[in-house]
Every structure is written in C-alpha cells, then in structure tokens.
Design a protein around this ligand. Sequence first.
Ligand code: ADP
Ligand code: DP6
Ligand code: CO
Length: 361
Amino acid sequence: MADESKKWVLLVTAQTPTNIAVIKYWGKRDESLILPINDSISVTLDPAHLCTTTTVSVSPSFDQDRMWLNGKEISLSGGRFQRCLKEIRARASDVEDEKKGIKITKKDWENLHLHISSYNNFPTAAGLASSAAGFACLVFSLAKLMNVKEDLGQLSAIARQGSGSACRSLYGGFVKWIMGKNDDGSDSIAVQLADEKHWDELVIVIAVVSSRQKETSSTSGMRETVETSMLIKHRAKEVVPKRIVEMEEAIKKRDFPSFARLACADSNQFHAVCMDTSPPIFYMNDTSHRIIGCVEKWNRAEESPQVAYTFDAGPNAVMIARNRKVAALLLQRLLFHFPPNADTDLNSYVIGDKSILQDVG
Ligand code: ADP
Ligand code: DP6
Ligand code: CO
C-alpha cells in the first residue's frame, strides 16, 4: 500500500530578471567564494523579456536533489550549486501549510530532497547573463521555500557563490556589487543604488546578434585574463574605482552624457582586456563592431550622446536609449542597417525598460 505520508509536494515558483553591467565585473581574487577584483554596477532588466523562472519543490518521496534547465536534466554536483544549496539549507526555518497538513521543521530540511526546474526565456550562455538571472532565481526561490529569514543583501552573498553577476539580479533598478575586503566574502554583497522608478525614461534595446552558446564561458575567460593580462591590473586598480564613483554620480543626477560615456568606455575596456588575454578572447563579432560604429557615429553627430551601448561576454548588443523617442529612432536605424536574418547573423530585437524582481510564488 502506498505510504500516505509521502504523498505531498510543496512548490514555490519565482521569476528573476537578468542584469547588464555598465561597469563590468571581470576577474576574481577568490575562485571558490567568487570574490571579485573590482566593484561593478548594473541595470536590472525588464523581466517580461529576459528572465528566469524557477520552480523548486520538496517532497518526502524525492530520494535525491535533481535539477532541470530548459527541460533537460543537469548535474547538481558542481561546487556552485552545492554551495548555494548548503548555504540556504543551513538557514532554513520551520514551514507549515495548514491547508495541506504539512509541517516541516528546521531539522527535517537536512534530510528532505529537492526537485528544481528552471527555464530561461532568452538564450543560455550566450552573453546575456543567464548565470545571473539563473542563480539569483535559484537562491530566491529556495529561500522562499525554506522560509529563510535573511535580507536581500545576505541572499545576494549566497547568489554570488553561484555566479558573481547573480548577486546583482536580486534587486531592480541600478545595483552595485561591492567587492568587499573580508577573506570570507561576508562583505561582498550587492546593494541597490536607485530603484526602477528612479530613471524611468531610459529604454533598453537588445540586439540578439547570436543566440549560440559562447566558446569561452565567463568563468574560464576571466580566469585566463587574471592569469595572463597586464592590462587587467591597471583596469582593476586605477580605472574602475574612479569610474564607479563617477557612474554612481551620473545615475544619481540622471546625467545621460556621463552615463553613456562611462558605460561605452567600460564595455570597450573590458573587451580590450579580453584581447590582452593570452590566448586572446573575442566575444564580439563583426556585427557587434558595426553596431558600435553606428551608435558612435550617431552620438558624435548630436550635441550630446543619445544612446549608450554595452556588450557582455558575447556578441549581443545592449543599448540604452535616453528616452522613448530616441529608442524608436534607434530601432528604426537598427532595422535599416541590421535587418534580422539578412546578411548579418542577427536574429531578433528585444525592447524593455528597467524593472523589479517578481515573486510569482
Ligand atoms: P551567461 O553569459 O549566459 O551568463 P555564463 O558562461 O556566465 O553565460 O554562464 C552560463 C551557465 O550558467 C550555464 O552553463 C549554466 O551552468 C548556468 N545557468 C544558466 N541559466 C541557469 C539557470 N536558469 N539556473 C541555473 N543555472 C543556470
Ligand atoms: C562580462 O558572473 O557570468 O557579464 O562569476 O564566473 O559565474 P562567474 O561569471 P559571470 O561573469 C559576468 C561577466 C560579465 C560582466 C558583469 O556581469 O559584470
Ligand atoms: Co554569466
């Protein structure tokens, strides 16, 4: 006869948007705790277009932890998943669902197993920060399921151990990842600089130049950079600290010319550092370079910049227009010069504004 006590399943679903850095994180000082060599600043994107949806479930009938990513089972044996699961389990509290007659004590969580199903509504491992949305969503949904009572800052330090950029996806608006000084990573957390309403005339246009998986993952790319590039030392010590201060000021004052100058320069320096790596890493392609040319030409023809661009570890362009009118013009120009599926390898455009973490659980 079936064991009635094993029949229940408790589920939580959460949705987390991706984020795009305008001052980039590239390089770690501690590989296992994921501690960066510089602060970084990002904008959290609109979850309607680029987000991860994760459902976490627990049941006494599960005999091991399992995870599916975009419908395919993946291994949870990697250090990053294990660390996130361990940190969340260690903070679990009692959970009671009276309607279902379920009661899980803090102690029970040590022996209960999880099934996790995650789906990205945008290309995975293609330079659109799937690791950021993915691990932020994993940590957020697990924390909810296990009734973890930590604040978002503490959760960001756990998400950071899944993927560095993930710590910034727990907040909407503009977010800073403070690199921290402590060896244990306890002060390496994300903080919100301004919420999603602060600069709401900005519009983000993403050109999905390629949805193929990149050849060099961010993790191995930045490891090789730290090992072989001289330029990265100069960037982390001399360039980024000044840019962080200036970028915070530009965001506070909604100073678009400074924002655009800093974001474009930082993206370009990040890709210069990739080329300064041995062997060099090329994340952008010919279409990416042509998009930069097009935006630069337009900005120089105007009195002040209209559009900022930034590229993560992949060829896809993230453009930030100063307002809706400029965004419409930008899209018109892009569609003219870079029609999807023509002689470029560009396949789509995504438009959205900044937004907030959504909990649909
Ligand atoms: P990206 O530029 O997309 O962030 P990365 O190389 O940084 O690319 O990371 C890709 C890796 O992130 C994937 O191979 C996978 O291990 C992890 N990842 C992506 N999406 C998710 C998700 N929804 N949940 C958990 N992990 C994810
Ligand atoms: C170029 O966070 O993906 O997107 O910490 O090794 O998982 P790991 O790397 P990841 O690196 C992101 C690099 C970047 C810049 C950024 O998001 O700041
Ligand atoms: Co990533």
